[in-house]
Design a protein. Structure first.
Length: 514
């Protein structure tokens, strides 16, 4: 059932929880915590100061911070100022930061004192003055505002607290695995619709939950679940600055946490880290959820068998405010699938001519519903290509069984076409990951003089295990058609991935050129 009560302006949600559970912890990190009552006050102060320093309704404000309570407060305050939040990964390169600040035309930037000088340099040539706010007490330019002063001291004006749910509230940049990152325009309504259609009714997220989140907050999955869905439901969220297998295991053992969201790579490392422990328990952890990348069926089964905790896989993308499909904790599941479409969301799988394919046949997944983006920021042509007659064309290849369970098989642009035969990298990766000496892997297509493309395999060996090339290829031959067996195998220390766990395949192709 759609939880329409959770779809409300951010200020209304804040006031609701401040009144009902004001002294309850809303968010915390390793250094600090904020209650719902304090969150209402601090974000109101910051929102008002942003307005007093020239941030107008509809202006863009970059949030360039590591995972932290300050990140969440900043995001909420920007929304309460009637402005548009532009999250930027704290690990971004100077080129990536500069591109996002210029592309989104950011009028203010909230960052750390450590990065303030870099941001000042990157915005020096901006047409209009850029307000710079630093969260800590490092050395800064005299013009830089101090975050702590702004969240604790009342401002001249009150926060704007927009009532509309349908105006642009966030610009999130795509991961850029296949090209230059695009700014995805998202709304409070679209984001909270996912909370109301997925996280609350399907996973049961509520004020009784305490979430441990290792997800990078600049990503849509994290913005939607640990940030906005925590706020909407009145839950508590502990934010890890970065994912650490050892720290995640330590925290989960305390019994404090009931809910753990991650990406497949995180669950893979958690499983490996706990393999040798007898009678391992994560007390009170009732549910894990995965999104951001394809979850191998073998990993899903092994995790649940080992830890006796449900691990529900779902599929989401930035352009749909995250989730499109989800497995449910009740009823049947198809391991390896990402579940069924969210209630109220329309999905189709179509061939290149736009015709629906039958059960078991592969095609492109397209989506229509309240959570689909209004479009890309300042990119009308790309918007027209992606949104056609109300349907968002994901570029992802998928199959559906007769019961509506959807399996993502790859991306149109990642598809390897070998001599006219289509090869999905994920199919090869699923097989390779079952080989005992493999810790992680990725497959890319490389040019071939006669066949067009052939698959190349990159493997991260498991520590302490000897990886024999011929044995691994023989393992592939037993489970894959001959044309799908990798033609090139290269060991690598780490698979390059985005913050959401997606493989950055072009970086692997670049390695083969060097």
């Amino acid at each position: 059932m759609l939880r329409t009560d959770l779809i409300a302006p951010i200020a209304e949600l804040l006031r609701r929880h401040a009144a009902a559970r004001g002294q309850k912890c809303a968010y915390r990190d390793a250094q600090t915590a904020v209650t719902y009552a304090a969150l209402l006050e601090r974000t109101g102060n910051l929102a008002s100061h942003l307005a007093d320093h020239g941030v107008a309704s509809g202006d863009t404000v970059a949030i360039f911070l590591p995972n932290s309570v300050a990140w969440v407060e900043s995001l909420i305050a920007v929304a309460r100022a009637g402005a548009i939040g532009v999250p930027i990964s704290y690990e971004s390169t100077e080129t990536e930061i500069g591109y996002r600040l210029a592309d989104a035309d950011c009028k203010a930037v909230i960052t750390t004192a450590e990065r303030a000088e870099l941001v000042a340099k990157l915005t020096a040539s901006a047409v209009s003055r850029v307000t710079l706010i630093a969260t800590d007490r490092g050395t800064c330019n005299a013009a830089t505002l101090r975050y702590q002063d702004l969240v604790t001291a009342p401002a001249r004006s009150a926060p704007r607290d927009p009532a509309s749910l349908h105006d642009d509230a966030f610009i999130l940049y795509t991961s850029g695995t296949t090209g230059r990152a695009k700014g995805v325009r998202l709304t409070v309504h679209g984001m909270l619709w996912v909370t109301a259609a997925c996280w609350a009714p399907i996973t049961g997220l509520s004020e009784r939950d305490t979430m441990l989140s290792p997800l990078p907050l600049f990503h849509s999955y994290a913005l939607n679940l640990p940030v906005l869905s925590t706020l909407a439901t009145g839950a508590t969220c502990h934010i890890m600055e970065k994912f650490s297998t050892g720290e995640a295991v330590r925290l989960l053992k305390t019994g404090e946490f009931t809910f753990f969201p991650g990406v497949p790579t995180m669950f893979h490392y958690l499983l490996q880290a706990t393999h040798g422990e007898k009678d391992l328990k994560f007390p009170n952890l009732r549910l894990c959820v995965s999104a951001g990348a394809i979850m191998p069926a073998t990993l899903n089964r092994q995790f649940e068998d080992r830890l006796s905790i449900p691990l529900l896989d779902g599929y989401g993308i930035t352009e749909t405010s995250t989730m499109v499909t989800m497995n449910w904790p009740t009823g049947g599941r198809v391991f390896g699938s990402c579940g069924i479409a969210l209630p109220g969301l329309a999905v189709r799988i179509v061939d290149p001519n736009g015709r629906d394919v039958g059960p078991g046949d592969e095609g492109e997944l397209i989506v229509r519903g309240p959570n689909v983006m209004p479009g890309y920021y300042n990119k009308p042509e790309e918007t027209r290509n992606a949104l056609r007659a109300g349907w968002y064309h994901t570029g992802d290849l998928a199959k559906s069984d007769e019961n509506g369970f959807i399996t993502i098989t790859g991306r149109l642009k990642e598809l390897i076409i070998r001599g006219g035969q289509n090869i999905a990298p994920a199919e090869i990766e699923e097989v390779v990951n079952t080989f005992a000496a493999v810790l992680d892997c990725a497959v890319v297509g490389i040019a071939h003089e006669h066949l067009g493309e052939v698959p190349a395999l990159f493997v991260v060996p498991r520590p302490g295990k000897s990886l024999e090339t011929e044995a691994l290829l023989a393992h592939c031959r037993t489970q894959l058609s001959a044309y799908k067996v990798p033609q090139i195998l290269q060991t690598i220390a780490e698979i390059p991935r985005t913050g959401s766990g997606k493989i950055i395949r072009y970086k692997l192709r670049e390695l083969l050129k060097t």
